[in-house]
Design a protein around this ligand. Structure first.
Ligand code: UGA
Length: 441
């Protein structure tokens, strides 16, 4: 059964989910306040770099199942279900900034005519749905009927389209039978994965806890990686050795520069605040955060120890996105590494297959900072090559004297055999200059 869906917000979650639900046959109206974004999307040009998205966007626009507008009234009156997909960035104190969520609730309230189901897709702290409900009830007519439900997304940037079309689970948090059955009708016919039915607050918490657990796993393996370095052991082999135990699992045990992006760091600090506000001790999570923030320091110390004097050393920085297959630099290590190497006097040649323009906006080029069109151009005659993102294109690069690999992309032994001076994180002693004594990094 095709349903009429409205989306507020066309960022990552909003755009991928609206395109994905159009793809499985629903009629979708997506709203963004920004007329330029609406014009671009209506024209079939995605505003984000996401594999598979351009094709689906164009196909569903052409099929007439998807349209973009700046007019909230259109989406509300023409929808059975309204999804809230606006941003919930971190405030200075680490709590989630819910002002955009409140704004949508205030916008929707006077437009409600017949029953609507309002669904949180944005990642929000537990109990946000109650505040949305309270806001709408205050501003809408007393006879208006609606429910607020939670249906968190688990999309990873870079594989969001695949994650949406082949989910490992769907979480439906609803406190009324009407809301529950509407969301079941939406998902059950098209998605064949476990569907977990919960209360609204439970669903909100599941999302925060999922991202916090993933962050904890990464900080755990990074702590182990520091120990591996001291013991002369390869952390990748340790991760393999423990990951084959299904209770542990092999994913998210990749040691390196730690977790960035717009989700894991933000959701970790937001969950800590929720827990603290309820008197729960969060020392464990503080340590997860602390380990993560020290990863960049560790990488920069290695660069300095490899190059000794930084001034006027030419360094190729490969990858500035927070992870591969995205142009997103939010929370990326490059935001710290590039300015710090620059301040240290290095001459930087920066390359990324997709995200260069986004970094360039934050750090404009100058006589010691150049954004390159290709990786080969960036590494030519460089004194060192610093890898910040796990792009496949970077994996295929060869022939550079010193590589400081913040993502452990290569095998230390192979790199040594091919003549590189290779430094990575947590994988025993570094390979070394053959003409000198063994250098321990
Ligand atoms: C994350 C979650 O994985 C998604 O399930 C969730 O839906 C999304 O946040 C969200 O809340 O919207 P994403 O931020 O796209 O997705 O990226 P991840 O793949 O989780 O990677 C996060 C960071 O951890 C990246 O910087 C990555 O390089 C790093 N990472 C990941 C590691 O350092 N080691 C690993 O083993 C895995």
């Amino acid at each position: 059964m095709s349903m009429r869906l409205g989306f507020f917000g066309t960022g990552y979650a909003g755009l991928v989910t609206s395109v994905g639900l159009a793809e499985v046959g629903h009629t979708v109206t997506a709203i963004d306040k920004d007329p330029d974004i609406v014009a671009r999307l209506s024209d079939g040009t995605p505003t984000i770099h996401e594999p598979g998205l351009p094709e689906l966007l164009i196909a569903n626009l052409e099929a007439g199942r998807l349209r973009f507008t700046t007019q909230a009234e259109d989406a509300v009156s023409m929808s059975d279900i309204i999804f809230l997909c606006v941003g919930t960035p971190s405030r200075a104190d680490g709590r989630a900034d819910l002002s955009q969520v409140e704004e949508v609730a205030r916008t929707i309230a006077p437009l409600l005519d017949d029953y609507k189901l309002i669904v949180e897709k944005s990642t929000v702290p537990a109990r946000t749905a109650y505040w949305i409900d309270w806001t709408i009830r205050r501003l809408a007519g007393s006879e208006c009927e609606f429910d607020v439900a939670s249906n968190p997304e688990f999309l990873r940037e870079g594989s969001a389209v695949r994650d949406f079309l082949q989910p490992d689970r769907i979480i439906i948090g609803a406190d009324t039978e009407r809301a529950r059955s509407l969301l079941l009708d939406l998902y059950e016919p098209s998605f064949h994965c476990p569907i977990v039915m919960t209360s609204v607050t439970t669903a909100e918490l599941i999302k925060h806890v999922a991202n916090t657990f993933l962050a904890s796993k990464i900080s755990f393996i990074n702590m182990v990686s520091d120990l591996c370095e001291e013991l002369g052991v390869d952390v990748a082999t340790v991760a393999k050795g423990i990951g084959l135990d299904p209770r542990i699992g092999s994913h998210f045990l990749h040691a390196g520069l730690g977790f960035g992006g717009s989700c894991l760091p933000k959701d970790l600090s937001a969950l800590m605040k929720v827990a603290e506000d309820h008197g729960v001790d969060v020392s464990l999570l503080k340590e997860v955060e602390r380990i993560n923030t020290t990863r960049v320091d560790r990488l920069l110390a290695k660069v300095e120890r490899a190059l000794w004097v930084m001034r006027n050393k030419v360094i190729a920085v490969l990858g500035v996105a927070f992870k591969a297959d995205t142009d997103d630099v939010r929370g990326a290590p490059s935001l710290a590494v590039v300015p710090r190497l620059h301040r240290a006097g290095a001459v930087l040649r920066v390359y990324d297959p997709a995200a260069v323009r986004n970094l360039e906006r934050l750090y404009p080029p100058d006589d010691r900072l150049t954004y390159m069109e290709s990786a080969l151009e960036a590494v030519r005659d460089a004194h060192a090559l610093v890898i910040l993102t796990d792009w496949d294109e970077v994996r295929s690069l060869m022939r550079t004297p010193i590589i400081v690999d913040g993502r452990n992309l290569f095998e230390p032994a192979e790199m040594q055999a091919t003549g590189f001076e290779y430094y990575s994180l947590g994988r025993g002693e570094a390979t070394f200059r053959t003409e000198r004594q063994r250098v321990r990094i």
